[in-house]
Write a protein that binds this ligand. Structure first.
Ligand code: FES
Length: 208
């Protein structure tokens, strides 16, 4: 991530003292900006807003009761070495039950062992999840830093799908840009980071 995008992400982490609680009547909920610096272990993986720095989209919603505004950041997924998917961007997250939330940063399990699915609880460290993050695919389209929306869907007992421009990258400086795809979250795909259908063979359960 370059300096401009780091600044945008840091700005989104700052708590807003004027933010008010979400109405219980809302059919939508909003994901708090997930703070990777928080201590790991499960209890900080709650997707509610209490005690957290608030997602900028969430704050916009509170102030204007309107649609979230695009942040000046592209959609990117870091395929970490032996660890989770770190996703940044203007994300609409569709949960397994169809509920919709918004986020700018998600850390999603891809080893299949988290007890806080869909988020990572560092269970990959106990299970020696070994995938380096290498990407065996080519780009569908050219890279662009223009901000855009992306929809990420959690498929029950299956992969994480995305629709919208997404740059996948890793520690090897590989960069692949795709408009849609399915990312493995059971840890068993032979085509990681993509899903190859192995979750059906292994009986992966995405429930917590
Ligand atoms: S989710 Fe892992 S192979 Fe499909």
């Amino acid at each position: 991530m370059d300096d401009a995008r780091k600044s945008a992400a840091a700005a989104a982490l700052r708590p807003d003292p004027d933010a008010k609680p979400v109405s219980d009547e809302s059919t939508e909920s909003f994901v708090a900006f997930m703070d990777d610096t928080a201590p790991q272990g499960g209890k900080e993986k709650d997707l509610t807003t209490s005690g957290r720095a608030l997602d900028r989209w969430f704050r916009e919603r509170q102030k204007h009761q309107g649609a979230p505004r695009l942040l000046e950041i592209p959609n990117e997924t870091m395929i970490t070495n032996g660890g989770p998917l770190r996703i940044t961007g203007n994300i609409t997250l569709v949960d397994e039950d169809g509920s919709v939330r918004y986020a700018n940063h998600l850390t999603l399990c891809r080893c299949g062992h988290s007890r806080s699915k869909p988020t990572c609880d560092e269970g990959h460290l106990d299970r020696e999840f070994l995938h380096s993050g290498k990407i065996s695919a080519v780009s569908d389209i050219a890279a662009s830093n223009r901000p855009s929306k992306i929809t990420i869907s959690l498929i029950k007992d299956g992969p994480i799908t995305f629709r919208g421009r997404m740059k996948l990258h890793n520690q090897f400086s590989q960069e692949v840009v795709k408009m849609r795809g399915s990312l493995c979250r059971c840890g068993q795909s032979a085509s990681k980071p993509f899903c190859d259908g192995s979750h059906e063979r292994t009986g992966f359960k995405s429930g917590r």
